[in-house]
Design a protein around this ligand. Structure first.
Ligand code: CUA
Length: 151
């Protein structure tokens, strides 16, 4: 092994060590994607009511059920939201939940609640398109819903 090979081998080992230690650290602090927010057992699914709950003024909990090939509720209208907590689950296959033009973009798994909090831009009053961005079957491309923000 010549000197250059030793240097490159050292760089590769250092990068590998950095990646593995980052992974180990994220496991240690319990860092998970939002898709594994909480288990959704069959009993939870029976009690699950898709719809909007206003937890406090401007703070909404939005429960959404994803199934082939729609979201329930289809149209969500919120008045003056400061903070929106989405709780989403699927009753069949893996779906996506993406609010177009924002950084809300998560996977939705059957058996889990995907919990994601979003603070919409204040003074922004418009209709957002929500799409499924995980291929979930023949009519995947027709799976969408709407979020309307009123001020
Ligand atoms: Cu649901 Cu694609």
């Amino acid at each position: 092994m010549n000197k250059i090979e030793k240097i490159w081998a050292g760089i590769v080992i250092a990068i590998l060590a950095l990646f593995l230690s980052t992974l180990a650290y994220s496991i240690t602090i319990g860092y998970n994607p939002p898709s594994s927010g909480a288990l959704c057992l069959p009993a939870d699914l029976e009690k699950f009511n898709p719809g909007v709950i206003e937890r406090e003024p401007g703070v909404y909990e939005v429960n959404i059920l994803a199934k082939q090939y729609y979201f329930e509720p289809f149209k969500i209208t919120l008045k003056n939201p400061k903070k929106i907590i989405f709780r989403i689950t699927s009753i069949d296959v893996i779906h996506g939940f993406s609010i177009v033009g924002t950084n809300v973009n998560v996977m939705v798994f059957p058996g889990y609640f995907t919990i994601v909090t979003w603070e919409p831009p204040q003074n922004d009053q418009r209709e957002f398109l929500i799409i499924c961005n995980e291929y979930c079957g023949t009519y995947h491309s027709t799976m969408y819903s709407k979020l309307i923000i009123e001020r």
